[in-house]
Design a protein around this ligand. Structure first.
Ligand SMILES: [Zn+2]
Length: 258
Protein backbone atom coordinates (compact mmCIF):
# COMPACT_ATOMS: atom_id res chain seq x y z
CA UNK A 1 0.00 0.00 0.00
CA UNK A 2 1.34 3.42 -0.94
CA UNK A 3 2.42 5.73 1.86
CA UNK A 4 1.32 9.35 1.50
CA UNK A 5 2.49 12.27 3.62
CA UNK A 6 1.09 15.79 3.41
CA UNK A 7 3.62 18.59 3.66
CA UNK A 8 2.01 22.01 4.21
CA UNK A 9 4.12 24.69 2.49
CA UNK A 10 3.81 28.44 1.91
CA UNK A 11 0.51 29.90 3.15
CA UNK A 12 -1.92 27.14 2.19
CA UNK A 13 -0.34 24.74 -0.35
CA UNK A 14 -0.02 21.01 0.15
CA UNK A 15 2.86 18.99 -1.29
CA UNK A 16 2.29 15.21 -1.17
CA UNK A 17 5.18 12.82 -0.61
CA UNK A 18 4.56 9.34 -2.02
CA UNK A 19 6.39 6.14 -1.22
CA UNK A 20 5.79 2.64 -2.56
CA UNK A 21 7.36 0.35 0.08
CA UNK A 22 7.15 -2.69 -2.21
CA UNK A 23 9.68 -1.19 -4.63
CA UNK A 24 11.22 1.71 -2.67
CA UNK A 25 9.93 4.17 -5.27
CA UNK A 26 9.67 7.73 -4.01
CA UNK A 27 7.72 10.63 -5.47
CA UNK A 28 6.29 14.04 -4.82
CA UNK A 29 3.20 15.81 -6.14
CA UNK A 30 3.18 19.57 -6.88
CA UNK A 31 6.33 20.74 -5.07
CA UNK A 32 5.88 24.52 -5.05
CA UNK A 33 9.14 24.75 -3.11
CA UNK A 34 12.08 22.35 -2.78
CA UNK A 35 13.61 22.95 0.66
CA UNK A 36 10.95 21.36 2.91
CA UNK A 37 10.72 18.39 0.53
CA UNK A 38 14.49 17.85 0.57
CA UNK A 39 14.58 18.22 4.36
CA UNK A 40 11.82 15.64 4.85
CA UNK A 41 13.36 13.21 2.34
CA UNK A 42 16.67 13.50 4.22
CA UNK A 43 14.91 12.73 7.52
CA UNK A 44 13.31 9.69 5.93
CA UNK A 45 16.58 8.61 4.29
CA UNK A 46 14.88 8.58 0.89
CA UNK A 47 15.82 9.70 -2.59
CA UNK A 48 13.32 10.95 -5.13
CA UNK A 49 12.35 9.22 -8.38
CA UNK A 50 9.28 11.09 -9.65
CA UNK A 51 7.92 14.63 -9.53
CA UNK A 52 4.24 14.69 -10.55
CA UNK A 53 2.95 18.11 -11.65
CA UNK A 54 -0.78 18.80 -12.04
CA UNK A 55 -0.42 22.24 -13.68
CA UNK A 56 2.03 24.99 -14.48
CA UNK A 57 1.35 27.48 -11.66
CA UNK A 58 4.52 28.35 -9.77
CA UNK A 59 3.06 27.44 -6.36
CA UNK A 60 2.83 23.84 -7.68
CA UNK A 61 6.06 23.65 -9.69
CA UNK A 62 8.59 26.10 -8.22
CA UNK A 63 10.61 23.36 -6.49
CA UNK A 64 11.26 21.38 -9.68
CA UNK A 65 14.71 22.74 -10.68
CA UNK A 66 16.25 22.34 -7.22
CA UNK A 67 14.67 18.93 -6.62
CA UNK A 68 15.99 17.65 -9.91
CA UNK A 69 19.44 19.06 -9.24
CA UNK A 70 19.60 17.48 -5.78
CA UNK A 71 17.94 14.12 -6.53
CA UNK A 72 17.96 13.47 -10.28
CA UNK A 73 14.20 12.82 -10.20
CA UNK A 74 12.20 12.92 -13.44
CA UNK A 75 9.07 15.01 -13.85
CA UNK A 76 5.67 14.07 -15.23
CA UNK A 77 3.53 16.91 -16.59
CA UNK A 78 0.77 17.58 -19.07
CA UNK A 79 1.77 17.83 -22.73
CA UNK A 80 0.09 21.22 -22.74
CA UNK A 81 2.38 22.46 -19.98
CA UNK A 82 5.71 21.61 -21.62
CA UNK A 83 7.25 25.02 -22.21
CA UNK A 84 5.14 26.61 -19.46
CA UNK A 85 6.93 25.00 -16.48
CA UNK A 86 10.42 26.23 -15.64
CA UNK A 87 12.85 23.31 -15.56
CA UNK A 88 11.01 20.73 -17.70
CA UNK A 89 13.55 18.89 -19.88
CA UNK A 90 11.98 17.29 -22.93
CA UNK A 91 14.55 14.49 -23.22
CA UNK A 92 14.25 13.44 -19.57
CA UNK A 93 10.75 14.22 -18.44
CA UNK A 94 7.48 12.52 -19.34
CA UNK A 95 4.73 14.56 -21.04
CA UNK A 96 1.30 12.96 -20.63
CA UNK A 97 -2.34 13.27 -21.66
CA UNK A 98 -5.73 11.63 -21.14
CA UNK A 99 -5.53 7.85 -20.72
CA UNK A 100 -1.77 7.66 -20.30
CA UNK A 101 -0.46 5.42 -17.53
CA UNK A 102 2.75 6.17 -15.65
CA UNK A 103 4.40 3.32 -13.77
CA UNK A 104 5.24 4.34 -10.20
CA UNK A 105 7.04 1.39 -8.59
CA UNK A 106 4.47 -1.41 -8.63
CA UNK A 107 1.59 1.05 -9.10
CA UNK A 108 -0.19 2.36 -12.19
CA UNK A 109 -0.84 6.10 -12.18
CA UNK A 110 -3.62 7.02 -14.62
CA UNK A 111 -3.63 10.47 -16.18
CA UNK A 112 -6.96 12.31 -16.38
CA UNK A 113 -7.10 15.59 -18.27
CA UNK A 114 -8.99 18.05 -16.07
CA UNK A 115 -8.86 21.50 -17.73
CA UNK A 116 -10.72 24.52 -16.36
CA UNK A 117 -8.42 26.04 -13.74
CA UNK A 118 -5.71 25.98 -16.43
CA UNK A 119 -5.76 24.65 -20.00
CA UNK A 120 -3.24 21.87 -19.40
CA UNK A 121 -4.35 20.75 -15.94
CA UNK A 122 -4.13 16.99 -15.31
CA UNK A 123 -5.07 14.83 -12.32
CA UNK A 124 -3.33 11.62 -11.27
CA UNK A 125 -5.42 8.63 -10.24
CA UNK A 126 -3.79 5.58 -8.65
CA UNK A 127 -6.58 3.13 -9.37
CA UNK A 128 -5.18 0.23 -7.30
CA UNK A 129 -5.06 2.46 -4.23
CA UNK A 130 -8.25 4.46 -4.93
CA UNK A 131 -6.23 7.64 -4.53
CA UNK A 132 -6.51 10.85 -6.53
CA UNK A 133 -4.24 13.89 -6.78
CA UNK A 134 -6.27 16.62 -8.44
CA UNK A 135 -4.26 19.82 -7.91
CA UNK A 136 -6.52 22.85 -8.25
CA UNK A 137 -9.48 21.17 -9.96
CA UNK A 138 -11.57 19.69 -7.12
CA UNK A 139 -11.05 21.05 -3.61
CA UNK A 140 -12.60 19.85 -0.38
CA UNK A 141 -15.99 21.62 -0.53
CA UNK A 142 -14.91 23.69 -3.54
CA UNK A 143 -13.24 23.82 -6.93
CA UNK A 144 -10.49 25.81 -8.60
CA UNK A 145 -10.98 29.24 -10.13
CA UNK A 146 -11.42 29.45 -13.88
CA UNK A 147 -8.17 31.12 -14.89
CA UNK A 148 -7.79 29.67 -18.38
CA UNK A 149 -10.82 27.49 -19.02
CA UNK A 150 -14.58 27.85 -19.33
CA UNK A 151 -17.28 26.81 -16.88
CA UNK A 152 -18.23 24.04 -19.29
CA UNK A 153 -14.69 22.62 -19.33
CA UNK A 154 -14.45 22.75 -15.56
CA UNK A 155 -17.85 21.12 -15.15
CA UNK A 156 -16.78 18.29 -17.47
CA UNK A 157 -13.53 17.86 -15.50
CA UNK A 158 -15.36 17.79 -12.16
CA UNK A 159 -17.88 15.30 -13.55
CA UNK A 160 -15.02 13.02 -14.58
CA UNK A 161 -13.60 13.09 -11.04
CA UNK A 162 -17.06 12.68 -9.48
CA UNK A 163 -17.48 9.43 -11.45
CA UNK A 164 -14.44 7.79 -9.77
CA UNK A 165 -15.19 5.16 -7.10
CA UNK A 166 -16.89 6.88 -4.11
CA UNK A 167 -14.25 5.63 -1.67
CA UNK A 168 -11.45 7.33 -3.65
CA UNK A 169 -9.23 9.42 -1.35
CA UNK A 170 -8.86 12.92 -2.78
CA UNK A 171 -5.71 14.99 -2.26
CA UNK A 172 -6.03 18.56 -3.52
CA UNK A 173 -3.47 21.33 -3.75
CA UNK A 174 -4.63 23.76 -1.07
CA UNK A 175 -6.08 24.02 2.42
CA UNK A 176 -9.09 26.15 1.45
CA UNK A 177 -11.70 24.02 3.17
CA UNK A 178 -12.78 26.39 5.97
CA UNK A 179 -13.51 29.27 3.60
CA UNK A 180 -15.10 26.86 1.10
CA UNK A 181 -17.37 25.64 3.91
CA UNK A 182 -18.65 29.17 4.52
CA UNK A 183 -19.66 29.51 0.87
CA UNK A 184 -21.14 26.00 0.76
CA UNK A 185 -23.33 26.78 3.79
CA UNK A 186 -24.50 30.00 2.13
CA UNK A 187 -25.90 28.12 -0.89
CA UNK A 188 -26.84 24.80 0.76
CA UNK A 189 -27.67 25.76 4.38
CA UNK A 190 -30.14 22.95 5.12
CA UNK A 191 -27.84 20.08 4.09
CA UNK A 192 -27.30 18.09 7.33
CA UNK A 193 -24.16 16.35 6.01
CA UNK A 194 -22.65 19.72 5.14
CA UNK A 195 -23.49 21.25 8.53
CA UNK A 196 -21.90 18.29 10.31
CA UNK A 197 -18.83 18.48 8.10
CA UNK A 198 -18.44 22.24 8.63
CA UNK A 199 -18.33 21.57 12.39
CA UNK A 200 -15.66 18.90 11.92
CA UNK A 201 -13.63 21.25 9.73
CA UNK A 202 -13.77 23.99 12.35
CA UNK A 203 -12.40 21.54 14.94
CA UNK A 204 -9.63 20.27 12.67
CA UNK A 205 -8.44 23.77 11.78
CA UNK A 206 -8.56 24.94 15.40
CA UNK A 207 -6.18 22.08 16.18
CA UNK A 208 -4.02 23.00 13.16
CA UNK A 209 -4.80 19.69 11.44
CA UNK A 210 -5.37 19.25 7.69
CA UNK A 211 -8.87 18.63 6.31
CA UNK A 212 -7.29 16.60 3.48
CA UNK A 213 -7.75 13.96 2.15
CA UNK A 214 -11.43 14.03 1.47
CA UNK A 215 -13.32 11.36 -0.51
CA UNK A 216 -15.44 11.48 -3.64
CA UNK A 217 -18.39 10.20 -1.61
CA UNK A 218 -18.09 13.03 0.94
CA UNK A 219 -17.77 15.63 -1.82
CA UNK A 220 -20.85 14.28 -3.61
CA UNK A 221 -22.85 14.76 -0.39
CA UNK A 222 -21.48 18.17 0.62
CA UNK A 223 -19.62 20.04 -2.16
CA UNK A 224 -22.07 22.44 -3.88
CA UNK A 225 -20.01 22.38 -7.10
CA UNK A 226 -20.77 18.64 -7.44
CA UNK A 227 -24.42 19.12 -6.40
CA UNK A 228 -25.68 21.34 -9.21
CA UNK A 229 -28.63 18.95 -9.73
CA UNK A 230 -29.79 19.35 -6.12
CA UNK A 231 -33.33 20.81 -6.00
CA UNK A 232 -32.71 22.88 -2.84
CA UNK A 233 -29.57 24.53 -4.28
CA UNK A 234 -31.37 25.23 -7.56
CA UNK A 235 -34.33 26.75 -5.71
CA UNK A 236 -32.03 29.01 -3.70
CA UNK A 237 -30.39 30.23 -6.94
CA UNK A 238 -33.75 30.57 -8.72
CA UNK A 239 -32.46 28.18 -11.40
CA UNK A 240 -34.86 25.22 -11.23
CA UNK A 241 -34.96 24.81 -15.03
CA UNK A 242 -31.30 25.63 -15.84
CA UNK A 243 -28.76 23.15 -17.22
CA UNK A 244 -26.09 21.66 -14.97
CA UNK A 245 -23.40 23.82 -16.60
CA UNK A 246 -25.47 26.97 -16.06
CA UNK A 247 -25.93 26.19 -12.37
CA UNK A 248 -22.23 25.38 -12.04
CA UNK A 249 -21.24 28.66 -13.75
CA UNK A 250 -23.55 30.65 -11.44
CA UNK A 251 -22.09 28.97 -8.33
CA UNK A 252 -18.53 29.63 -9.52
CA UNK A 253 -19.33 33.30 -10.24
CA UNK A 254 -20.93 33.71 -6.79
CA UNK A 255 -17.95 32.10 -5.10
CA UNK A 256 -15.62 34.54 -6.92
CA UNK A 257 -17.57 37.43 -5.39
CA UNK A 258 -18.09 35.80 -1.96
ZN1 LIG B 1 -3.21 26.79 -9.63
Amino acid sequence: MIEIELLPVMSDNYVCLLFDPATGTSGVVDPGVAEPVLARLAELGRGLDWILLTHHHADHTGGLPALRRETGARAVCSRGDVGRIAGIESGTDVAVGEGDVVTFGALAVHVLETPGHTRGHVSFWISGEETLFCGDTLFALGCGRLFEGTAEEMWRSLSKLAALPPSTRVYCGHEYTASNARFALAVDPDNPDLRRRAEEIRGLRERGEPTIPTTIELELRTNPFLRVGDPAIRRRLGMEEASEVEVFAELRARKDRF
